[in-house]
Design a protein. Structure first.
Length: 243
């Protein structure tokens, strides 16, 4: 098996702070803390265990806080693993959303077909692990509506996303079915089509999760039972990352 990369220092600190001292960790695992590989294996296992507990505690009926329009943060912050100059340029005339995996209808979706589905609007807070948060408005197709339309196997474990940049991410099926999880097409005070830097033409908006679980420039969606990980998740950020 491929050795997972070293868990990030930040995740190390967060995991250790979540209850275990280094001494307790040594006692529990019997592993020598000088052995970086062993420590990493333990921390990855703890993080995956933490995913399971968060999954069990997650409720599909508990809503993330919503805000009044007067609370919108303007201008809304931009964040990506690259500077704003490198935001991908999307050829909207040829744009299609690909669908694959455990679904009965794998037909790709055009923007107009997505816009013909029922849309929901929300004003919620996006929280980035880099230490900022902002209140924004997003409108789009509830993910659960979309999953119904493609005949997704909703007993499957994961929904995965591939983006037009090198980003990718995934979420548990319960979160995908949560009423506030949407495929966002519009944003801003007037709910206008997503500007390029905010994920044009389609992004995930999931207010029950941290910012990095909100992929922009979605190109493909798939349903799977095989753990899909993600861009930051594979570098040690906790996969579930509820907010
Ligand atoms: N495709 C793509 N999606 C992405 C990212 C990225 O680098 N590429 N960064 C994530 C992170 S870390 C955050 S905090 C939010 C920021 O969204 P915003 O630019 O709308 O504030 O996008 C997320 N989605
Ligand atoms: Mo972020």
């Amino acid at each position: 098996m491929r050795k997972p990369p070293e868990i990030s220092n930040r995740s190390r600190r967060m995991l250790l702070r979540s209850g275990l001292s280094l001494g307790a960790l040594t006692m529990l695992t019997g592993c020598n803390l000088d052995d970086g590989d062993a420590v990493d294996r333990v921390l990855w296992a703890m993080s995956r265990f933490n995913d399971r507990i968060q999954g069990l505690l997650f409720s599909r009926t508990t809503l993330a806080p919503v805000y009044a329009a007067s609370k919108l943060t303007t201008p809304f912050p931009f964040n990506a693993y690259y500077p704003m100059d490198n935001v991908p340029e999307i050829d909207v005339d040829n744009w299609k959303l690909e669908v694959s995996g455990l679904v009965s209808d794998k037909t790709a979706w055009t923007l107009s077909r997505l816009r013909a589905l029922p849309q929901e609007s929300q004003i919620t807070r996006l929280i980035c692990v880099e230490g900022w948060s902002a209140i924004g408005q997003w409108r789009g197709v509830p993910m659960r509506t979309f999953l119904q339309h493609i005949g997704a196997d909703t007993t499957a474990k994961y929904v995965g996303f591939k983006c037009a940049d090198k980003y990718f991410s995934s979420m548990d099926m319960q979160t995908a079915l949560h009423p506030q999880t949407i495929l966002a097409l519009d944003t801003g005070p007037a709910n206008e089509p997503l500007p390029p830097q905010y994920g044009y033409p389609l992004r995930i908006r999931v207010p029950t999760k941290l910012g990095f679980k909100n992929p922009k420039h979605i190109a493909a969606i798939y349903v799977t039972n095989k753990y899909p990980g993600g861009y930051w998740e594979d570098q040690g950020y906790n996969w579930f990352s509820g907010s």
